[in-house]
Ligand binder design. Structure first.
Ligand code: NAD
Ligand code: WQD
Length: 340
């Protein structure tokens, strides 16, 4: 089977994707600079799969290190590129860190692996902004990004499309994720937020375990059924499996285009208050929350049209909100008892 490079493979989505690639029979090599993850994830991956994965601590911003890796690994036929900085709020405070990290890494990879290559890219539904109509399809216009982070995803998609247009041997799929949540069923890997979580579900689990105070619902006066904002939450394991489907499609040469984009979500929207209720129902825990003002930059609602992914990738989300909340909670309890 093909040897796949997973950049950012000790990170949240990357680590779950390493498990699913292994389960699908792929050989995996991980590159990560551990700037937002922990080396112990390799031990956790071994506990889940029985395999010690080939890991190299490399900063993708270092052009020579990336080239040396590419030259030393001629058998890498595919790359799944997760490695990037991803905190929206931080990107507003430190735009140059985001433009440097997210573009140098991508460009160094594309330059170093200047050979026949299959490439799956981590994009985001954030490129849509507030869609004009819902569910949002891949044909929807990309709107002006609300943050430097979102801008890095939009521009990265342009870099990939324009490079693919003049590089017939480079076959690319960009996956536009909606909101990844949850953790592996073993509770041995999950999200490791740095500092106070900005995202809803990790804040919920940290509040429930007593690590944070009450949850603030950022606005209940939106034009939605219960007034709180709506998102398309997808289980991280379903998301990981979408990457296997994407790399398989490229490996099998099934893509008529050498640059294509797919929405990866459930196609269903859930409000903040519905997520809170789902967590309480799934875990039996009672959450302490209050209604606060809207958060700057938030859109009202978004959920994906996933017809293209279902039909062309042969992928469909299978895990429901209950499993998303249950697994997120089990992981939070695990990491409290077994801090890295
Ligand atoms: P994460 O921070 O958990 O994982 C990213 C990994 O990349 C980390 O292990 C980090 O150490 C590594 N990394 C960062 N910069 C690097 C560099 N220069 N060289 C080598 N390694 C580097 O984030 P995640 O949530 O797993 O997200 C993975 C990808 O998915 C990112 O590109 C992110 O933008 C994208 N994405 C995430 C979400 C989300 O809500 N989590 C949604 C849409 C898209
Ligand atoms: C979800 C909903 C909040 C926290 C972000 C990035 C996006 C992607 C996924 C990287 C919103 C509300 C949140 C809280 C709340 N990341 N909320 N109280 O903003 O949809 O997307 O993460 O690619 O690019 O923008 O996710 O989890 O931050 O918020 O009420 O304490 O929960 O207002 O409506 P978001 P989120």
């Amino acid at each position: 089977m093909a040897k796949i490079l997973v950049t950012g493979g000790t990170g949240y989505i990357g680590s779950h994707t390493v498990v699913e690639l292994h389960n699908a029979g792929y050989e995996v090599v991980i590159v990560d600079n551990l700037s937002n993850s922990h080396i112990k994830i390799l031990t956790q991956l071994h506990a889940i799969t029985g395999k010690w994965f080939d890991f190299q601590e490399i900063d993708l911003q270092e052009e020579k290190a990336v080239q040396d890796f590419a030259d030393a690994n001629p058998d890498v036929t595919g790359i799944i590129h997760f490695a990037a900085s991803k905190a929206v709020g931080e990107s507003v405070e430190k735009p140059l860190k985001y433009y440097k990290n997210n573009f140098y890494g991508l460009i160094n990879l594309l330059t170093a692996f200047n050979r026949k290559l299959n490439f799956v890219f981590s994009s985001s539904c954030t490129v849509y902004g507030q869609p004009d109509s819902l569910p949002v399809t891949e044909a929807a216009p990309v709107k002006k990004a609300e943050s430097p982070y979102g801008n890095t995803k939009q521009i990265a998609e342009e870099i990939l499309a324009e490079t693919a247009a003049v590089t017939p041997d480079l076959n690319i799929i960009a996956l536009r994720y909606f909101n990844p949540v949850g953790a592996h069923e073993t509770a041995l890997i999950g999200e490791l937020p740095n500092g106070v979580p900005a995202n809803l579900v990790p804040f919920i689990t940290q509040s429930a375990i007593g690590k944070r105070g009450p949850i603030t619902v950022y606005g209940d006066d939106y034009e939605t059924p219960d007034g709180s904002a709506i998102r398309d939450y997808i289980h991280v394991v379903d998301l990981a499996k979408a990457h296997v489907a994407a790399i398989k499609r490229l490996e099998e040469g099934k893509s008529e285009l050498n640059y294509d984009v797919f929405n990866i979500g459930t196609g269903t929207g859930s409000s903040v208050l519905e997520i809170i209720a789902a967590f309480e129902k799934s875990t039996g825990e009672t959450l302490d929350y209050k209604i606060g003002p809207r958060r700057a930059g938030d859109i009202v609602q978004i959920y994906g049209d996933v017809t293209k992914s279902n039909q062309e990738l042969g992928w469909k989300a299978a895990l429901d909100l209950n499993e998303m909340m249950r697994s997120a909670w089990e992981w939070e309890k695990y990491i409290k008892a077994n801090p890295f």
